[in-house]
Ligand binder design. Structure first.
Ligand code: SF4
Ligand code: SF4
Length: 177
């Protein structure tokens, strides 16, 4: 079966109407509201409670809050956390913190941002923050060590400062201990 082609009109043979039509569409989009995000310079503003990457935090006195209880390591579904406790000879890092970890690593390639570590932590030492875009040039770079986790986590403003010495607290409040 032979399909008969319709003959092109003079205007169609010029191709100019089709080109002008294309330009009209481009021009319309040119003045439309821009919807393209200039990532990574621009990033999404995530809502409160968003579960991003987990980081360690310090308290207001610059103490590592983590006490190496290893609950988060135990509960982490993909086994992304690896903690090295200070051991029996380990001395407190600062103040009265009895068992600050010697090393604390989170493999961000394994982490599924589930939030179990934050929920289980008895010391409020680990929090899921707002970072959702983690990059690195090697697998090793994606294993965050204690220093990196603490620097990214920053300071947590605790209402109850568990490790604060009673005498220190009384002095600040101006009462005898
Ligand atoms: S957020 Fe979940 S997967 Fe990631 S380190 Fe914590 S417990 Fe593990
Ligand atoms: S982050 Fe919390 S749960 Fe994990 S070892 Fe430290 S104190 Fe324990």
């Amino acid at each position: 079966m032979i399909v008969k082609r319709d003959k092109l009109t003079f205007w169609e043979r010029l191709y100019l109407p089709a080109i002008i039509g294309g330009f009209k569409v481009t021009l319309r989009h040119f003045f439309n509201k821009k919807v393209t995000m200039q990532y990574p310079e621009e990033k999404w503003v995530v809502p409160p409670g968003y579960r991003g990457a987990p980081y360690l935090v310090k308290d207001q006195a610059d103490r590592t809050k983590c006490v190496s209880c290893q609950l988060c390591e135990f509960v982490c579904p993909p086994k992304a956390i690896r903690i090295t406790p200070p051991g029996p000879q380990g001395s407190p890092e600062v103040g009265n913190v009895e068992k600050a970890p010697k090393e604390f690593e989170i493999n961000m390639l394994r982490c599924i941002f589930c939030g179990f570590c934050q929920e289980v932590c008895p010391e409020e030492a680990i929090f899921l923050m707002k970072d959702y875009s983690l990059t690195g040039t090697s697998r090793g770079e994606m294993i965050y060590n204690k220093e990196k986790l603490l620097s990214l986590g920053g300071v947590h403003q605790d209402k109850i400062q568990k490790w604060k010495h009673k005498a220190e607290e009384a002095k600040e409040q101006g009462v005898a201990p």
